[in-house]
Design a protein around this ligand. Structure first.
Ligand SMILES: *[C@@H]1O[C@H](CO)[C@@H](O)[C@H](O)[C@H]1NC(C)=O
Ligand SMILES: *[C@@H]1O[C@H](CO)[C@@H](O)[C@H](O)[C@H]1NC(C)=O
Ligand SMILES: *[C@@H]1O[C@H](CO)[C@@H](O)[C@H](O)[C@H]1NC(C)=O
Ligand SMILES: *[C@@H]1O[C@H](CO)[C@@H](O)[C@H](O)[C@H]1NC(C)=O
Ligand SMILES: *[C@@H]1O[C@H](CO)[C@@H](O)[C@H](O)[C@H]1NC(C)=O
Length: 563
């Protein structure tokens, strides 16, 4: 096993640069306190925003903290939202004003932007409008714009509201000093931004996917399980009782170059005013969660929001307020339409696809800046795939059975055609994730006795032989390669994670996870043959490396002038 440590990882100048950048950003923050109105407004929207799913049931309801006590599965969000709402409400009450929350479910984005809360000239806040579901990203950015607008107004309105009065030599001097400080910190911030707009060098010719796993406690993991509040219980293996944490400490070392160290600020700068969207199945959601954790560490509390929409194909949206950037997940396990498109109600053993229909999903991908697709695991439960004759919309139920690889290629062709016709390659970067392997057969890695699926595994496979066969359907891999080669207009990056992930039998969630929404009981944990999940991965863990490949490709591209 290769054990060399690269000095570029965690070198001192690098750390110093990061510290300097952090200071620059902090200075700018201190220079511009929000006005009272902006703060109240923000708390308000923040509370409402978090509550999007539940709050639609109290549309047109007078705003009170009681109204917020809707049922919520997430205690943490509940507390945070309630605290924010309480503060907003009591501030308003102190000023003898009242606020009303109006939530229009599924109104178009334009409506949201136009009617968002505006404080009246006398400083009172009269309402908040929130739009659910499909337009959360647009609403979030409108909120950010609204906040900026209010900050600009501050100088004009606040002095009289606060009774500070105008004029006076002292006042003028104080203002001048403030403005000079402001200019200095703006310059500093500009310099920091310029540094963040650097291009990371990753040789285009280097095969990032050829290499080995190196045990590296210094540089891995990139974040800690306890430090990412956004992780779901499905993937927090340590919290769920896993004892060994060595699965977090393997770093992928390409043979011919280095994978750049993940720098959340650099990536966020690339994502400024942009959207990054993962589209696919629960493994892509696994990777989306990893990406959220990777970027969120550098964003202070209150400047990031995670919104989840249940029972609607679309979206889990992480929003980085200061960057106006989103990291989103869109559920479409076959990419094309299927009878499994409801993200919650989909334990359908009888999986049927409509292999030439993609528009219903794809309309949600238009205009996204970085698209990351996958589809694989849902294909595996039967040797053939059921292909609908006709359309779900017209109530068709008849289907024909088609060989798995044939159907897979056909679906990818449908997808490729859409990409080629609808993606502007000057704006959007497209990735296709290779197949994420399962580890259900210990015999495959020479664990003849004592192995039960992936449950007893604490080490990657170190003995790499050409004959390693963990059951991956390489025919689908080959099919994907073929289709990807047909792209002419839009280049698609194939993220070739399959072989390197096959080595990671140690990295699955196994019995340290949920089943049907509930943590496995000790009895269930003791029965891995029935309950071990050897499909999904713990976080921090393997999907972080997959995201490092995306990172490498994103930050090594030149900045375009329009960006
Ligand atoms: C502020 O103005 C709004 C209308 O613009 C009015 O309804 C409200 O009563 C005013 N509030 C106060 C405290 O004067
Ligand atoms: C915020 O991001 C969205 C989505 O990428 C974009 O459409 C919008 O123009 C951005 N807002 C600003 C103020 O740049
Ligand atoms: C999500 O909800 C909207 C509005 O209710 C609906 O138009 C859309 O089809 C839904 N999307 C999916 C994938 O179910
Ligand atoms: C992308 O940009 C280049 C250079 O600006 C231009 O020549 C090309 O036509 C653009 N491609 C598309 C598909 O818009
Ligand atoms: C390496 O793998 C081969 C074939 O799978 C097996 O025969 C051999 O015993 C393994 N060696 C070790 C050290 O595990």
């Amino acid at each position: 096993m290769q054990q060399r440590r690269k000095s570029v990882f965690g070198s001192a100048p690098y750390a110093m640069k990061q510290a300097a950048l952090g200071a620059g950003v902090a200075a700018r923050k201190n220079g511009t306190p929000l006005s009272m109105a902006a703060v109240v407004f923000f708390l308000f929207v923040f509370a409402t925003f978090l509550y999007n799913e539940d709050i639609k049931s109290i549309a047109d309801f007078p705003f009170s903290s009681g109204a917020l006590r809707a049922k919520s599965p997430d205690l943490h969000l509940l507390q945070e939202a309630e605290a924010a709402a309480h503060q907003a409400v009591s501030t308003l009450a102190r000023r003898g004003e009242q606020a009303v929350v109006r939530v229009l479910d599924d109104a178009p984005a334009a409506t949201a932007t136009a009617t968002l809360l505006r404080p009246a000239a006398n400083g009172s806040i009269t309402g908040v409008l929130l739009v659910a579901k499909t337009n959360a990203a647009a609403v979030a950015s409108a909120i950010a714009r609204e906040e900026e607008g209010q900050e600009k107004d501050r100088d004009v309105t606040l002095p009289s509201v606060m009774g500070l009065g105008g004029g006076g030599a002292e006042e003028a001097k104080r203002r001048e000093d403030e403005e000079a400080a402001e200019r200095a910190s703006t310059a500093k911030a500009a310099a920091a931004t310029a540094a963040l707009r650097s291009v990371v060098s990753v040789p285009e010719t280097c095969d990032l996917y050829r290499g080995s796993w190196v045990y590296d406690e210094v540089n891995a993991p990139v974040y800690k399980e306890t430090q990412c509040e956004f992780l779901t219980e499905q993937v927090t293996c340590m919290r769920n009782g896993r004892r060994d944490d060595s699965y977090q400490k393997w770093r992928w070392q390409p043979t011919d170059c280095d994978l750049p160290r993940f720098d959340a600020r650099l990536l966020l700068e690339r994502l400024r005013n942009k959207r990054l969207m993962f589209v696919g199945d629960s493994l892509n959601r696994n990777q989306w969660e990893s990406m959220v954790c990777l970027v969120q560490s550098v964003i202070p509390k209150g400047h990031k929001t995670l919104t989840k929409f249940v029972n609607n194909g679309s979206s889990n949206i992480f929003y980085a307020h200061d960057y106006n950037a989103t990291v989103e997940f869109y559920w479409a396990p076959f990419l094309v339409e299927s009878n499994s498109d409801n993200p919650k109600v989909h334990s359908v053993p009888n999986r049927v696809i409509q292999w030439h229909s993609i528009a219903k999903h794809a309309k949600n991908w238009v205009g996204v800046d970085y698209l990351v697709f996958n589809t694989y695991i849902w294909w595996l439960n039967e040797l053939s795939m059921k292909v609908l004759k006709g359309s779900f919309d017209e109530g068709a139920t008849e289907y024909e059975e088609v060989d798995r690889p044939v159907a897979y290629s056909e679906v990818l062709k449908t997808w490729a055609k859409w990409v080629d016709r609808n993606i502007d390659p000057n704006r959007t970067t497209v990735f296709f994730m290779g197949m994420s392997p399962n580890h259900i057969t210990p015999e495959a890695w020479g664990n003849q006795q004592g192995g039960i699926k992936c449950a007893m595994e604490t080490q990657p496979i170190s003995n790499r032989s050409a004959t390693l066969d963990v059951g991956t359907d390489w025919r689908l891999y080959a099919g994907a390669q073929d289709v990807l080669q047909t792209f002419r207009r839009v280049p698609v990056h194939f993220v070739d994670i399959t072989a390197l992930s096959e080595l990671r039998k140690d990295a699955h969630t196994s019995v340290h996870t949920l089943r049907q929404g509930k943590l496995l009981t000790p009895e269930q944990q003791a029965d891995p043959r029935t309950y071990a999940d050897c499909i999904h991965w713990c976080l921090p863990g393997l999907p972080d490396t997959w995201n490092e490949f995306l990172y490498a490709r994103i930050v090594s591209r030149p900045w375009t002038t329009q960006a």
